[in-house]
Design a protein around this ligand. Sequence first.
Ligand SMILES: [Fe+2]
Length: 385
Amino acid sequence: MKVKGTSQAEPLKRASEPEVKTRILVADDDDMVRDTVSNILETFGYVVQTADGGRQLLDMVDDSYDVILLDIDMPDLDGFETIRGLDKLGYDIPVLFLTGSGSIDHAIRAINMGVYDFLTKPIDDLDIFHVKIRRAIEKRMYVLQERRYKEALEDNVQKKAEQLRAQNKLLRSYSESLENATVQLMSSLQNAMEEKDGYTAGHTRRVTKYAVKLGIAMELENRELVVLRRAAQFHDIGKLVIDLSCIQKPQSLSDEEWELIKKHPGVGANIIKPLGFMEREQFIIRHHHERMDGMGYPRGLTGDQLDDLTKIIMVVDSYDAMTSFRKYRRNKNLDEAIEELHDCSGTQFDPAIVDIFTKHIEEFVPEQMVEAEAFSDGFKEDFNH
Ligand SMILES: [Fe+2]
């Protein structure tokens, strides 16, 4: 075989192994061609493996090879069938066809199948042969670099996503701690202010307790119970900034006094509003004096416009008002209160909630509070113990 030119190969650089020799796989059913091509490639400094046909090549090939030289006419699998098999393996190794008598049909078909280049047999110009090999190696280097880049990118994206998840978790936890601290602070302030009026302080504590117990009996989720507890805790906070001394007097209220009282839900909701995290609580506080029939205040919403948490507060708030001792009136005993809740079921209160509350009422209310007489000694009793 007549050859010219003998330039040496540049080793292929890979990321993990800085200088790994380029590996070339040659498949040809002709022993002499295999040996000749191998020898030439080895002279250039490449590591060469050979296969006697397409089938053996498909058995041998793996991702460690950089270039494949493939004969077209082979008895078991021809070059085109072998290319199809290589495509399925997905190693993306550039293939050069070794062709003796290439036809234009062959060439078009080969190009359409992604063959990188053609090498003619016999090899009569070593420089051209080597240029083509080196171009295929460069192509392989580009493929590997792109693959590494994608892997690094995916890895990076994954790491960033994990970092973000961790940061979000931390932020959520900070935010929850801050919310809880704010609620605690507000509760402390509210309790301190309410202590001036024993009835109000006891009322807030009891309404909160009844609401949570009723929520548990209704099998509300934990998150709902948190909202319910906060809404109950602050449902009358608006009363702290309105002069409501009139409600402690025995005479019936004037229109002006009523108008003043009706403002406390809205004032309460507006106190909570700037906090920015108790939106549902705001709604409940604003509407805890609505009625199912739309005759309540401040907006006259009807049952279908109110959520369960608001309806719970409507029931337990009224129940506590009925059964608590006030200076100017006798409080109702348990049976009377239950009767009134049922009388107002459907008009003022949600019937399903009244049913659950009255069914469980003895569990909710400590024994000493069940009988109305327990209140008659005075409202400064702490009902929470
Ligand atoms: Fe109220």
